[in-house]
Unconditional design. Structure first.
Length: 184
């Protein structure tokens, strides 16, 4: 049932927007300040034409600047960014985007619409949807259970209490009267 619901969900339902970006010549200090101010763990790097050319994550800063003992003010975004930025369309199925992230061993995908970067979808964005998916599944199960109970009624003896009723309905393979259905 989970696959049935999530297979219909699209990237646009999970993506974060607007996109936070810095110019490729921005220093790592500027980049980190922007990430801190915007409360994001990754930032898109754009070129002179304002087109996305890569992405810098907190991990990139740690492994490519701090761990190597480089001076953050002397390092620019394009030196440490991961490039190219992998892109998907907003109407792509979320399951397909998740598979792509897994295949490429990445945590974020750019979302592009008509040639413009309109959002980012991350593994974290997808995880945020899980409680909603669980609630949908619960509601769908309740609706399905109600549909079973609300089928056509028949007259006869209740399979549980054996009392004659004009209002028997099938519940999990048993014909139950109104009182026995209420006990469930």
């Amino acid at each position: 049932m989970v696959l049935e619901i999530t297979s219909k969900m699209l990237v646009r339902e999970a993506m974060s927007s607007p996109v936070i970006s810095v110019h490729e010549e921005a220093s790592v200090v500027e980049l980190a300040d922007t990430m801190k101010a915007q409360r994001v763990g990754a930032i898109i790097v754009v070129n002179m034409q304002n087109k996305p050319v890569g992405i810098v994550t907190e991990r990139d800063i740690v492994t490519r600047v701090v761990a190597e003992g480089r001076t953050p003010k002397a390092v620019i975004a394009k030196e440490i960014m991961s490039s190219p930025l992998r892109m998907v369309e907003p109407d792509m199925k979320l399951m397909d985007a998740m598979s792509l992230m897994d295949k490429l061993n990445i945590r974020r995908l750019g979302v592009i619409y008509k040639g413009d970067l309109v959002g980012i979808v991350s593994d974290r964005d997808i995880i945020r949807l899980v409680p909603t998916i669980v609630e949908i599944m619960k509601e769908q199960r309740e609706i399905n259970n109600m549909a079973e109970v609300s089928g056509p009624s028949v007259a006869g003896y209740c399979d549980r209490c054996e009392i004659y009723s004009n209002n028997l309905r099938s519940v999990d393979g048993e014909f139950l009267c109104e009182d026995c259905r209420a006990e469930e």
